[in-house]
Design a protein around this ligand. Structure first.
Ligand SMILES: NC(=O)c1ccc[n+]([C@@H]2O[C@H](COP(=O)([O-])OP(=O)(O)OC[C@H]3O[C@@H](n4cnc5c(N)ncnc54)[C@H](OP(=O)(O)O)[C@@H]3O)[C@@H](O)[C@H]2O)c1
Length: 237
């Protein structure tokens, strides 16, 4: 494993489980240095112990929707590793309910995490990413590409799709690349809060999505993959 000062440095929100954790493992295998955030410090500590990457993995407990915590995470990453090559706005939650019977207080948390979170990450990271001509990956969803009836989660992910294009036209030409990665169903703890658990039907692994995120992060200078929509075969919407 490379741990030299030139090794790329990636910050991933919600990097302690699911898609974020799979991406972290993949990047560490490739010699990157990685910083991960999450609200639960114990979860991050457990994951770091499992991975055993030593100083190549930095864990930072904090809320992805709190702009001061996100700025502090970016600053700590740059102070620790000396640079920032990429960020992955991955932290996200779903209330798994509908406009008819959902709890607006829970929607508020979901909106802040899923929409404000990626926006404040871009804001905090952009100066350091301009220095490295780095990469921004936003984890959206197929729910941000297709509508389903009364789905507030889908509304937040449509906002992520819009943010990706909005950020792309902001930074294009600066060397910074922006990619929307929009997964279909993935088998992660995302579904734990759903009363019926993981839905029936075709489903992907977190590693399937990590492959695309790493692909987006690894493009050569001058090339950016702007959008990747990934479904398990047989997923209709
Ligand atoms: N699983 C799917 O079928 C699916 C499909 C399409 C898109 N996605 C998207 O993929 C992304 C990753 O989800 P996943 O499936 O990998 O689920 P996951 O295993 O539950 O991972 C989500 C991670 O985000 C963290 N997180 C949640 N809210 C946070 C906040 N406010 N601040 C900081 N960290 C926060 C969680 O840790 P803490 O709880 O400790 O904070 C957790 O580590 C999400 O954006 C999700 O919307 C998932």
């Amino acid at each position: 494993m490379t741990q030299s000062g030139a090794a790329p440095v990636t910050l991933i929100t919600g990097g302690g489980s699911g898609i974020g954790a799979a991406t972290t493992r993949r990047l560490l295998e490739q010699g990157h240095r990685v910083a991960i955030t999450g609200r639960r410090k114990e979860r991050l500590d457990e994951f770091a112990a499992e991975v055993g990457a030593g100083e190549a993995l930095l864990t930072i407990a904090g809320d992805a929707a709190d702009h001061e915590a996100v700025q502090a995470a970016v600053d700590t990453t740059v102070a620790t590793f000396g640079r920032l090559s990429g960020v992955v706005a991955n932290a996200g939650i779903s209330t798994h309910d509908s406009l008819v019977d959902g709890d607006p207080a829970e929607w508020q948390d979901m909106l802040l995490t899923n929409v404000l979170g990626p926006a404040v990450l871009i804001r905090a990271a952009l100066p350091a990413l301009r220095d490295t001509q780095g990469r921004i990956v936003l984890v959206g969803s197929t729910a941000g590409v297709k509508n389903t009836p009364g789905n507030m989660y889908s509304v937040t992910k449509w906002a992520v799709s819009a943010l990706a294009e909005n950020a792309r036209v902001l930074v294009t030409g600066s060397g910074v690349g922006v990619t929307l990665v929009a997964p279909g169903r993935v088998d992660t703890s995302f579904w734990d809060s759903r009363p019926d658990g993981v839905p029936d039907g075709p489903i992907m692994t977190p590693e399937n999505i990590a492959t695309s995120i790493v692909f987006a992060l690894s493009q050569p200078p001058g090339i950016e993959i702007n959008s990747l929509v990934i479904r398990p075969s047989g997923q209709l919407f």
